[in-house]
Design a protein around this ligand. Structure first.
Ligand code: UTP
Length: 297
């Protein structure tokens, strides 16, 4: 069997998560749950499905719960075994990582996403690598990163996941200046981080899945702060447009911005409605509160 070309993924989780304060004062955003799985588990499952074998977390002070989450929990496992709770035991197994498969590096200060990715440079080496932002949760029949790995095997270079957003929202995203489009793949002529709506070259936004060349890390090393006074990943990728090349990838699936309260609630509703063990009860509940709202109006 041929080895997948992208086997390492970086998970930057060192941000402050201010949009979820005060909860994130004590609980890392990535540990918050959609139903019964923390956001980070969705990211790990997606990465595994895409063939990722090495998982590099960029963490910070206060993120200890994340490291605990991936450890073995022998007392808990023994109790579940005694009680013959096999399904729960299998779920617990999915949280464990083989020794050496997961690594943690620290970002000492939250200087931006680009800086967080740069902090992983010594663990990445000379091959293309993936970056996954766990607060972007993507519901898709074929996991988003798996779709991207397949496209990347054909086009190489740098590949960023992209989706259309309303023009009023472009200033929350990195936006693509799109050249030609072939199927799902967009040739990128330029990228701008958080433009004003009138200045945005398109409404195609970059979201939290990337496959990057090591050259991007070199760029990040010498890079000054950009939009929001943060070291922006977008700027380093944009600098590779004339180098190793940059494409956008229109993935199939639906993305939920679980870094925002509205997106997190939307994901909770959508995922509950997709779960066989919950959907009927939950749909009844949603219908009943909608009826109640209509009646109140
Ligand atoms: P966000 O801006 O969405 O997350 O960064 P945040 O900064 O944690 O949250 P808010 O905006 O204050 O609510 C996108 C991703 O980049 C990581 C975050 O952890 C998140 O996964 N990040 C951001 C870092 O690892 N380091 C940084 O300095 C900034």
């Amino acid at each position: 069997m041929t080895k997948p070309s992208v086997t390492r993924a970086v998970f930057p989780v060192a941000g402050l998560g201010t949009r979820f304060l005060p909860a994130t004062k004590a609980v890392p955003k990535e540990i918050m749950t959609l139903i019964d799985r923390p956001l980070v588990q969705y990211a790990i499952d997606e990465a595994r499905a895409a063939g990722i074998e090495e998982f590099i977390f960029v963490t910070a002070r206060g993120k200890g719960a994340l490291e605990d989450y991936f450890d073995e929990a022998p007392a808990l496992a023994a109790a579940l075994r005694r009680q013959s709770k096999h399904e729960l035991l299998a779920g617990l197994k999915r949280t464990e990582m083989a020794s050496g498969a997961i690594a943690y590096v620290r970002q000492r200060e939250p200087l931006g996403l680009g800086h967080a990715v740069w902090c992983a440079r010594h663990l990445i080496g000379d091959e293309p690598f993936a970056v996954i932002l766990p607060d972007d949760v993507i519901a898709a029949e074929t996991p988003c990163l798996k779709q991207m790995v397949k496209a990347h095997a054909e086009i190489g270079g740098n590949l960023v996941a992209a989706m259309e957003v309303p023009r009023a929202q472009v200033s929350s995203h990195g936006i693509l200046d799109a050249g030609g489009v072939r199927g799902d793949v967009i040739r990128v002529r330029g990228m701008v981080e958080k433009p004003l709506p009138d200045a945005a070259p398109s409404t195609l936004a970059v979201i939290g899945r990337y496959i990057l060349t090591p050259e991007v890390l070199g760029r990040l090393g010498g890079q000054a702060a950009g939009a929001g006074d943060e070291i922006q990943l977008t700027d380093a990728i944009a600098a590779e447009i004339g180098g190793t090349g940059v494409h956008g990838f229109r993935f199939e699936g639906r993305r939920y911005d679980c870094g925002s309260k509205a997106g997190y609630l939307q994901a909770t509703v959508a995922f509950a409605l997709a779960r066989d063990d919950m959907k009927d009860e939950f749909a009844d509940f949603l219908n009943s509160i909608m009826e109640f709202r209509v009646a109140a109006e």
